[in-house]
Design a protein around this ligand. Sequence first.
Ligand SMILES: *Cc1c(COP(=O)(O)O)cnc(C)c1O
Length: 369
Amino acid sequence: MTPLVDLKAQYREIRNEIGDAINGVLETCAFINGENVKAFERDFAEYCGVGECAAVGNGTDALYLALRALGVGQGDEVVTVAHTFIATAEAITLCGATPVFADIENGSMLLSPSAMEAAITSRTKALIPVHLYGGMCDMGAIMGTASKRGLAVVEDCAQSHGARWDGGLAGSFGDAGCFSFFPGKNLGAYGDAGAVVSRAGGVASRVKMLANHGRADKYIHEMEGVNSRLDEIQAAILRVKLRRLGEWTEKRRRVARLYMDALAGCDVGLPESDPLCEPVWHLFVIRVGNRDELRAKLRERDVDTGVHYPVPLHLQPAFKRLGIKEGALPVTERVVKEILSLPIYPELADSAVESIAETVRMYARPPQN
Ligand SMILES: *Cc1c(COP(=O)(O)O)cnc(C)c1O
């Protein structure tokens, strides 16, 4: 059986270090806002090439608290994509603001800078480019529009830890970079976890306060906050895993190269990215005309696949109230019918990649687009 991701293979490699890290926290009995959280925030800010980091409870809260720290609220609009995980839009509605969905580019399947610009109105307060699949949006064009129109930029980096665009790291372009450490992400905790990074004295310091009940001091609350803290056990685990992230990313890149070589020249749409982008391959997403049939063929051969994501956010039952009709986002709506995520993780064997690629070559029908 080849799973889509294999967390056990990675755990076997680091179990002793993880055990020591967890036991270290248990020995101190300091579970909240201790040394591990501080050290992880310092290390992760450095990893992202930014001034500061606020560790929070999960990636959804990272986005929500970053928007709140930027003053997004009732009556505001935030432009993002419908081709993403629902958390991106939930963060907007949690603030009382309205998500406005812009279409994606057919090649990269990421936010189209021109569609984004066209979606901006006088109510727009912020933009959320989503660096989906481990790629990166065109941050040159997006930051250009943001500064011209005076808009805040919150990068959704939940799938792009360590990715680069024109040399700059994911999360280092906008006012805030928001990360998830959900177990299956490129850097995953053993539970829920997330972080917001920003330039020094920027959004992250306000997020740090919001995430800890708006505290300035133990019983002085500067603002109405929430409880969304990273705990010491997760921070200790993340410190161990952050040290390996560079090596794991290189292994993902190797798997992606093997797939690219093995699938070149057959009836499959391969991932496309801007030459300025250095992706970290959270997912390896191909496009085919017979997605469900190919999925079934792979399943017969014990290969697990995924679809990220089958129903775009503007057509989700939860967002019916926004009144957006089918047909509103033509590229998004076409793409979701063709996408298929193949297994990718650092420990995936070359032989497994070869045999998955062989099945794909045998049964894939060309995509329409
Ligand atoms: C995982 C994910 C999130 C949310 O992160 P959680 O830690 O699960 O709350 C947000 N955006 C994207 C694109 C994601 O993949």
